[in-house]
Design a protein around this ligand. Structure first.
Ligand SMILES: NC(=O)C1=CN([C@@H]2O[C@H](COP(=O)(O)OP(=O)(O)OC[C@H]3O[C@@H](n4cnc5c(N)ncnc54)[C@H](O)[C@@H]3O)[C@@H](O)[C@H]2O)C=CC1
Ligand SMILES: CC(=O)C(=O)O
Ligand SMILES: [Mg+2]
Length: 540
């Protein structure tokens, strides 16, 4: 931290701007550098909020907030904390999707690290140039599958920046100890490649051999420079996501948010939904539209949960139906990856069916749970939803694709088509649904309920690995916080104002599990340690 003068005033992590008192201004060599008035942080928040509210377009609000983050991080987080529900869709899905698509156009200042393939001989140097010395959490992407918007190349950087903002806001990770990273390995997005403004390496994506070698060199550089950091993989294409996770999960403190974080939040939301529906998960037939990294990750955890509820592996597999763009995953298909094959149904089970698309599965199976991680907007059609709703009292329907434009259905339609019986959660935020003159909040089933808590847990406990059991405990603790458990009219997941507190509880449970799994140091006061670890947006 620069200790005096102009540099101190412009240090985003420690500046107070107009809130520096006169005594501080004298002490820090700031006298004359600021207008005379002394503001409180409360006044600064009110003023900044007015400025934000004046901007009509969400992307403009995003640009404004990113600018504030680059100027004064404490004020940025205080503003977000005081207006969480309103600002979350601006810094996160859906607006962050547009910010990634238009990244080069709206670019203002550098943040984080751009680890580019042309610099591959100097990765250690790149890591050493990181803007912040001590780092607790890295979020890294290669920009190839940004939400449901496909390959955004360097524009993908919007996602690690946004996710890390939520690590701080919800998980209390000190913003000075976060590091967003973009692996720039080219892009196959022709529109970006032909855009004169494009800021990334103007090159097609490199082939798999070069790619995995580069990722390996990157991981090596991270381990040498920051051996204890949590390395979170985000928005990698499915073909790379699973192999990367398998390669590194037992070697370092790491997890893949789209695979593991999504699975945990979905299971957490299903906990409340199954309770309200009056039928445990193990007695439901579950259909997943989308068999990418997110969909398969969720199904893997659902299967584990069914087994925990008493089914054998085979019995659980019988109840899980995965559908992708080519139809139902069946054992006679030759295009499936190893992780997809685990969810392939015997082709014999579809004998007599007229097809294997989603509509056919819903027609032929006694479906109770329908999940979407497909990027296929509107794929949960009226016919499909009405047929499903005729089979069960309380259909559980989660259109989880992001951003909003990719959702498999709109909650208002789901409510209408099912006569208000559907138990709904979406990936991106939607306005409340009005039913019987009452507004009903729609649960946002997004991994943001999980990853900040994982970051807090491993930071507080000094964990060295993220185990499957830690992710399951996160799901369970979130599930137990479902407002629907106490009142079936309530949403399936906690309200945003409660989420930082719920994250603290999840983090404590996850840290305890880490100790049980032998990957964290024992601590008799873990709950207190977790709370103490939390950073808060106050001027020091
Ligand atoms: N709610 C949440 O917390 C999360 C949501 N997601 C969302 O999940 C979506 C998928 O992510 P990934 O699995 O990584 O992507 P992916 O692209 O690897 O997988 C998409 C899957 O959907 C299938 N699909 C695509 N179009 C289809 C169609 N018209 N009909 C049937 N199936 C179709 C594909 O065959 C593929 O199996 C994205 O929109 C992403 O934003 C991802 C992670 C977390
Ligand atoms: C939420 C998230 O991680 C995604 O849509 O990719
Ligand atoms: Mg993601």
């Amino acid at each position: 931290m620069p200790d005096r003068g102009h540099e101190r005033l412009f240090d985003a992590l420690t500046t107070k701007g107009t809130a520096f008192t006169h005594d501080e201004r004298r002490e820090l060599g700031l006298l004359g550098l600021l207008p005379n008035a002394e503001k409180t942080i409360g006044e600064q928040v009110a003023h900044t909020y007015q400025e934000l509210a004046r901007r009509p377009a969400d992307l403009d609000k995003h640009v404004f907030l990113r600018g504030l983050q680059d100027r004064n991080e404490t004020l940025f987080y205080r503003l977000l904390a005081e207006h969480l529900e309103e600002t979350l869709p601006i810094v996160y899905t859906p607006t962050v999707g547009e910010a990634c698509q238009r990244f080069s156009e709206i670019y203002r200042r550098p943040r984080g690290l751009y680890v580019a393939y042309p610099d591959r001989e100097h990765l250690r140097e790149v890591l050493r140039n990181r803007p912040r010395r001590e780092v607790d959490v890295i979020v890294v992407t290669d920009g190839q599958r940004i939400l449901g918007l496909g390959d955004q190349g360097i524009g993908g950087m919007g996602i690690p920046i946004g996710k890390l903002s939520l690590y701080t806001l919800i998980g209390g990770i000190d913003p000075a100890r976060t590091l967003p990273i973009l692996l720039d390995v080219g892009t196959d997005n022709v529109e970006r490649l032909e855009d004169p403004q494009y800021l990334g390496w103007r090159h097609r994506r490199i082939g798999d051999d070069e790619y995995y070698a580069f990722v390996d060199d990157f991981v090596t550089a991270v381990r040498e420079e920051l051996p204890e950091v949590l390395l979170q993989w985000e928005d990698f294409a499915t073909a790379h996501a699973q192999p990367i996770l398998e390669r590194y999960r037992d070697r370092l403190l790491t997890f893949n948010d789209d695979i593991q974080g999504t699975a945990a939040v979905a299971l957490g939301a299903l906990h409340g939904a199954a309770k309200v529906a009056g039928r445990p998960l193990s007695q439901q037939q579950v259909v997943m539209l989308g068999a990418g990294s997110a969909g398969i990750g969720v199904l893997e955890m659902i299967r584990q949960e069914m087994v925990a509820q008493g089914l054998s592996d085979a019995e659980a597999a019988e109840r899980i139906w995965a559908v992708d763009i080519a139809g139902l995953l069946t054992d006679d298909r030759t295009d499936l990856s190893e992780s997809q094959r685990r969810f392939a149904q015997p082709a014999a089970r579809t004998q007599g069916w007229t097809g294997t698309a989603l509509a056919d599965v819903v027609h032929n199976v006694d479906v109770g749970v329908l999940l979407g991680l497909s990027t296929a907007a509107g794929a949960f059609t009226e016919d499909i939803v009405r047929e499903l709703a005729a089979k069960t009292d309380r259909p559980i329907i989660f259109p989880l694709s992001n951003p909003t434009s990719r959702a498999e259905a709109h909650p208002r339609e789901l409510d209408f088509w099912t006569g208000g019986r559907a138990l709904v959660a979406t990936g991106s935020p939607f306005a409340p649904v009005e039913r019987d003159g009452k507004q009903h909040r729609v649960a946002q089933c997004n991994n943001v309920y999980i990853f900040p808590a994982i970051g807090l847990a491993v930071t507080a406990s000094g964990a060295t690995r993220v185990t499957d059991a830690m992710m399951r405990v996160a799901a369970k603790t979130l599930g137990e916080a479902s407002p629907a458990l106490a009142d079936p009219e309530e949403p399936l997941l906690p309200a945003w104002e409660d989420v930082p507190e719920v994250a603290t509880r999840i983090a404590t449970a996850v840290a305890e599990q880490a100790v049980k799994d032998g990957v964290a140091r024992p601590d008799d006061h873990l709950a207190a340690t977790v709370r103490r670890t939390r950073w808060t947006p106050d001027y020091r």
